[in-house]
Design a protein around this ligand. Structure first.
Ligand SMILES: [Zn+2]
Ligand SMILES: [Zn+2]
Length: 138
């Protein structure tokens, strides 16, 4: 995700009001590699702005995803997580503590889509998700 300044401009162009609560969402997400869930972001914003609603947080996250500034991860069945790094990369989740780490590795030579799909689709992106138990949990 880009800087807070750029996002402020993006939101303004989409006639979304810039509120201190929304700015705090960006600050939380900027360079964040912990893949926080909407609930985690909500808790942190609520600590500072007790009147903020979960809907505000969630809607802002949705808009940022629509604008391509944020990526939604569905690796965890229980909740969505958000990733400000929208470049192609992959993830590994611990199924016990739900910690999600980035996997920066080019899997393209190893991931083979059946011929019929390759003929009919221009593949623009793909994600590999690994599931396991981390060392601390094991
Ligand atoms: Zn774990
Ligand atoms: Zn990531």
């Amino acid at each position: 995700m880009e800087t807070v300044e750029k996002l402020t401009k993006v939101l303004r162009n989409h006639s979304m009001k810039i509120t201190p609560q929304r700015l705090m969402i960006f600050q939380i997400l900027e360079n964040n590699t912990s893949h926080p869930s909407a609930e985690e972001i909500f808790k942190r914003v609520k600590d500072i702005y007790p009147t903020v609603s979960f809907t505000t947080i969630y809607k802002t996250l949705e808009v940022l995803c629509d604008l391509g500034e944020l990526r939604e991860l569905t690796i965890d069945d229980a909740r969505k997580h958000y990733d400000p790094n929208t470049n192609t990369h992959h993830h590994i989740i611990c199924t016990s503590c739900k910690k999600i780490l980035d996997v920066f590795e080019d899997f393209s030579p190893h991931v083979k889509l059946p011929e019929s799909f390759r003929e009919n689709y221009m593949i623009s992106n793909f994600q590999v998700s690994f599931y396991g138990i981390c060392k601390e949990c094991n």
